[in-house]
Design a protein around this ligand. Structure first.
Ligand SMILES: CC(C)(COP(=O)(O)OP(=O)(O)OC[C@H]1O[C@@H](n2cnc3c(N)ncnc32)[C@H](O)[C@@H]1OP(=O)(O)O)[C@@H](O)C(=O)NCCC(=O)NCCS
Length: 199
């Protein structure tokens, strides 16, 4: 179903976001990251749900209302992140995990960035570029035809431009509506105060 032109009501208790899908069909030109000797990117083999949820929450819960992985049951999430076609990477700062990259190779010929982000204190310091370069290297080292991602208006406001600079081309727009995760108890009511709760 497509939405009609004009304003569409979103029920009280829900959040809404505009989602942009982006893709690249060939390896892009390189964009060097600044020298960051204190940071590195490591593949996390056999990721544990508690470790994963902690990093996911530290990156996405307070400001960006990331909630989907917190509402997935523990066995289901363990099955997803433990799938051999899912690849999880951590960006480390002085050996602490402060960034998350999740690559999904489960669809043939494709790679999706399922989650991508760094903790608040690292935003704007080059860590995002370092992590994206790792993502591009890993994705295009595999026999894929398409590398894609989606981002929404609840994410960091620079994320969309960052992805476009990285070589992704926007090709699809959607509206996503969901129960407000601050009203379901998944996230604290204090999260993302720039997105007011409407009861
Ligand atoms: C989206 C996100 C990853 C973008 O990362 P960022 O930290 O803003 O980006 P960076 O600082 O790494 O890079 C931005 C640019 O500044 C440059 N830069 C940053 N610090 C620099 C430095 N010290 N010297 C030189 N260049 C620097 C980078 O090289 C990069 O340049 P380019 O994009 O022209 O190649 C980040 O904002 C984030 O994690 N947000 C929270 C989670 C989120 O919303 N994720 C997206 C979900 S889809």
């Amino acid at each position: 179903m497509t939405l009609p032109d004009g304003y569409s009501d979103v029920p009280a208790g829900k959040i809404a976001a505009v989602v942009t899908h982006l893709e690249m069909l060939a390896r892009p030109s390189p964009r060097p990251a600044p020298a960051l000797p204190e940071m590195a990117v490591r593949r996390v083999l056999k990721p544990d749900v508690v470790w994963y949820r902690d990093l996911y929450t530290r990156i996405g819960a307070e400001d960006w209302l990331w909630f989907s992985r917190l509402e997935t049951s523990r066995p289901a999430l363990q099955a997803i992140i433990g799938d051999p076609k899912m690849e999880i990477f951590a960006l480390t700062l002085d050996d602490r995990d402060e960034g998350l990259l999740e690559l999904d190779f489960r669809t043939a010929d494709n790679c999706e960035i399922a989650f991508f982000g760094v903790t608040k204190s690292l935003i704007g310091r080059g860590a995002g570029r370092l992590l994206m370069n790792a993502a591009i290297d890993r994705a295009w080292s595999q026999p894929i035809r398409r590398f894609w991602v989606h981002t929404c208006t609840l994410d960091h406001p620079e994320a969309l431009a960052f992805y476009i600079r990285s070589g992704f081309r926007p090709y699809r727009r959607q509206i996503e509506i969901a129960d407000d995760p601050r009203l379901t108890g998944t996230l604290p009511e204090t999260a993302a105060s720039h997105v007011p709760i409407i009861r």
